[in-house]
Design a protein around this ligand. Structure first.
Ligand code: HEC
Ligand code: HEC
Length: 387
């Protein structure tokens, strides 16, 4: 963990700044981020702090120590920053972690951040913490079958299975596995993440068991072609500007029973849509997530751009907001609506990930390789070569 003084100072910078300071300009090739945008380091850091406060603090907390929503991990623990390269960080931000609350924020994925913005956020996250120590690129050779036994006993209770996220970071996520080296995975297992629930296994697992569990997390031998770098890139312009606002404008009003006057169960919303009832459904996530998959008829209304709510008519139509986290981003939208005097509003209680797990309808344009929706490709992920 970084010193509390540093975290506090960073938090106050984040609070003091208006977001969106970094301006555009031609983005460098997305492969390598070297943090060389214009301005002094202080200016870049300040721009990064503003962007971080606007887009990231909702889940990763103001000082980036994590766990404000959906168990979003710490972005500033020492053992994370020293093992995560700038490319690892930039790519995680650009592409997100499909099928988790972590959206892709890069413009190449339909998100709001260009490469300069991402570099500025890195500058903020890295200050004044450790720079990345290059971890060895050599593969860790273990036995995945033995590793599976270790994993289900020692890791699964927190991380879930390969296919399904548990409480914390999804280790089977295709984006993580495409990006992380074996050494990065090993570093986390050996050293833990001080200040977070991730323990160090240096004392409880020997070298062989750690190699085995890395081999299991890595999955079957590398295939080619599934790298998300090959995914279709796209931009926010792919979102139509003339989407209808009200679903079933001639339908009857739904009658929802809210929990705590705020949360509407997914099955009630599904029933209302099936019955052709009149509704507005707002997707509070970053628009890249909306592009990937969304509830049919929903409108993108990201938590960080509440001006999108200006178009919603105040005519008594019931408004449901949802996100993945599952309450924080949608909660910000509902709070704003209520502040503006909208009476009939609610947060989709379970969020869209559970909605999808239940097999309820979604539409969208998943990224090209189809690996974006949870399960890693059956053939495993290619081992990253140049991190
Ligand atoms: C809606 C909640 C949410 C928001 C907003 C969000 N994140 Fe995340 N982020 C997550 C979650 C959850 C994960 C872990 C995903 C998983 O389970 O695999 C994550 C993972 C990450 C990781 C990978 C960390 C690791 O240990 O591998 C990085 C880096 C990251 N986020 C940076 C950001 C940045 C920078 C922003 C703002 C531009 C941001 N996130 C906005 C929820 C969020
Ligand atoms: C008590 C819960 C818990 C257990 C048990 C646990 N982890 Fe973790 N693990 C976490 C949390 C929480 C994080 C994210 C920490 C942070 O905020 O940076 C994490 C992070 C990681 C990361 C880094 C992922 C990333 O993207 O940054 C790896 C790799 C990892 N754990 C592997 C394992 C393995 C392998 C085991 C079993 C040997 C294990 N963990 C057991 C809670 C746990």
């Amino acid at each position: 963990m970084r010193s509390p003084g540093g975290a506090l100072l960073r938090a106050s910078i984040a609070l003091a700044l208006v977001a969106g300071c970094a301006d555009g300009g031609p983005p460098p090739a997305p492969a390598h981020v070297s943090i060389d945008v214009r301005g002094t380091p202080e200016q870049r850091r300040a721009a990064g702090a503003g962007l971080y406060a606007k887009y990231c603090a909702l889940c990763h907390a103001e000082s980036a120590t994590g766990y404000a929503a959906d168990h979003a991990p710490s972005l500033v623990s020492r053992t994370f920053l020293e093992s995560a390269s700038n490319d690892f960080l930039a790519r995680s931000i650009r592409n997100g972690r499909p099928a988790t609350a972590m959206a892709g924020y890069g413009t190449s994925r339909g998100g709001p951040l260009d490469e300069d913005d991402i570099a500025a956020i890195l500058e903020f996250l890295r200050w004044p913490g450790p720079t990345a120590v290059p971890t060895p690129r050599t593969a860790v050779h273990g036995d995945a079958i033995r590793g599976e036994a270790v994993f289900s006993r020692a890791c699964q209770p927190c991380h879930g299975t390969r296919e399904q996220r548990g409480e914390f970071v999804h280790l089977g996520n295709s984006e993580l596995l495409d990006t992380a080296t074996d050494a990065f995975l090993r570093h986390a297992i050996v050293n833990g993440r001080p200040g977070t629930p991730m323990p160090s296994f240096a004392a409880s697992l020997d070298d062989r068991a750690i190699a085995d569990v890395v081999a299991f997390v890595r999955g079957p031998a590398a295939s080619s072609g599934s790298s998300s770098a090959a995914r279709a890139s796209r931009s926010a312009v792919d979102i139509p500007t003339d989407l209808p606002i009200i679903i079933n404008p001639n339908g009857a009003r739904p009658s929802f029973t809210l929990r705590e006057d705020r949360f509407v169960p997914a099955d009630q919303v599904k029933a209302a849509l099936d019955a052709g009832q009149r509704l507005v459904v707002l997707d509070a996530r970053a628009p890249s997530d909306w592009l990937d998959s969304h509830i049919p008829g929903s409108l993108p209304a990201p938590y960080y751009d509440l001006t999108k709510l200006d178009v919603v008519p105040k005519d008594g139509t019931f408004i449901v907001a949802y996100c993945a986290c599952p309450h924080h981003a949608s909660g910000a939208v509902v709070d704003e609506l209520r502040k503006r005097g909208f009476k009939q509003t609610a947060v989709l209680d379970e969020g869209i990930l559970v909605w999808k797990q239940r097999g309820y309808a979604v539409v969208g344009t998943p990224p090209a390789d189809g690996a974006a929706h949870g399960a890693p490709p059956a053939t495993g992920s290619p081992r990253p070569r140049d991190l």
